[in-house]
Design a protein around this ligand. Sequence first.
Ligand code: M6R
Length: 632
Amino acid sequence: MRWFGFRPSTLVTMCGIVGYVGPNADAKAIDVVMEGLARLEYRGYDSAGVALVADGAIASEKRAGKLVNLRSAIEAHPLPDSSTAIGHTRWATHGGPTDANAHPHRGGEDGKLALVHNGIIENFHALKKGLIAEGVEFRSETDTEVVAHLLAKAYAAQGDLTAAMQTVVADLEGAFTLLAVHADQAGTVVGARRNSPLVVGLGEGENFLGSDVAAFIGYTRQALELAQDQIVTITPESVTVMNFDGTPAEGKHYEVTWDAAAAEKGGYATFMEKEINEQPHAVADTLLGRTDEDGRLVLDEMDITEEEFRAIDKIVIVACGTASYAGFVAKYAVEHWTRIPVAVELAHEFRYSDPVVDDKTLVVSISQSGETMDTLMAVKHAKELGARTLSICNTHGSTIPRESDAVLYTHAGPEIAVASTKAFLAQITACYILGLYLAQLRGGTYAEDAQAVMKELSEVPAKLEELLGSMKRVKEIARFMADTRSVLFLGRNVGYPVAMEGALKLKELAYIHAEGFAAGELKHGPIALIDAGQPVFIVVPGPDTPHGLHDKVVSNIQEIRARGARTLVIAEEGDDKVEPFADEVIRIPHTSPLLAPLLAVVPLQVFALHLSTAKGLDVDQPRNLAKSVTVE
Ligand code: M6R
């Protein structure tokens, strides 16, 4: 398969791209593209740029830094009216975040071609050498500019942008989405994709291209999904899709179910705050439609047969970051309910290991974006090894579900803030639905409990509402702790991944050293970190947790307090045993032990958000990060 010829790169790139063509008389191209870029800025924000076709020439502006810099530049020097435009917001890889390296890049001596690119051209060195030998002068350090010159050259020979694109992609190695315009072909934008996202927005007398539907959601909900290795040409009246080999193809039409308002902040100061507050809906919506009239679980998005599910003797969860912590939480519950062994592997580690996986293994990938390259490669690896693959994903039409045998969509709605919050809760919920479905299908001790657990899950949204309304003290604590340099997090059982997620939130949002430990591991080394005043969050299991786990964690609190730790205890309402050893008690509503992570993580999210805000940091777009990590 072509995919396996794609050599992994040590670099990482994201980027957001937008393309637009409208009627000739319509001069709104710049507005459409700037609006799309604003919605895609979460994908990368090192620089931004636009190019328009106007009066037989390309007009372009690009600036290092966030979109606001580009906006100011355009306000100072307005671009000409145009109905054809492309735009780009960048997460730098080849070449630093400078004006010169910002996209679009121009091709040809006359600069009549403009190109934006997401991904990495792996063979750009060789291609660049060839172009330099032909006398081409480069204006940037990017791999993208190589493609711009190749396209300009092909256009000069063929006189058609689609044909030129087809010629050029044949020589490219790597992962890429490309959008190009040519000054001599107004009213046309040509795109190409390989292992990098690109969707088409279908308008009336206008058409759109974007890294995802957020790029054009303000204009249309009608979208076209493209397959790998396809070229798309949009004009105001037409959308033409072909494969890289020139054979005609058709995209898959679908309707986007969320609107522009859902992608905006809805009155909150940041997307992250909005998304934290949307968590009751994320859980409730993910639970919707999963049971039949008899209360039995049904998963109609599954392409794996019941027989195949019954034959599964091992589950491997592959994911990265927050999604992997959702997987860690699920391991405890799914093993408990199904008695199937569950391993959780970081996707990038799984991909380059020699795992024991066969056709009785179910490899479950978890991904909010559905585009995380590490996770995608793990899914490919699992398929190669003969495993059945199931994707838990929040983004319809994204690559990972398409590459999987089956998909269980989470319904968290668009998650824009780089720090994942509502997707985490939706992922745990979806994993639990899968675990209960398997338990029900395979019979055994917990088959009959599935309905009871589903009922309890359906009560979680109301508990989340209650919890979100009681975060005043957590916000105060966060503000008081703005100068803190290190925070530790402890948990046991399902509380352990919650502790790791709390630490990750703090690292990525507040740039503070933070670590999550299994509380039982403390005495094996980490307790040496504790000295006077060290803040430690402890996720305490409910008093009715089996195996006396609650009391064990209370002992752990005493151990660290005796050594000077400042204890910030997350405990169930009515759990009085923690009081004597807690500097602060943050209460969460009662729920059964396996469901507690859906509540216990919330104060940790709120804490990280408000500590980041107190430090004056960018909550939605933390430094060095991007929302979708689309190459390895
Ligand atoms: O889109 P995905 O769920 O595949 O993303 C996985 C991670 O990159 C993501 O969860 C990341 O760890 C978040 N920034 C954490 O808040």
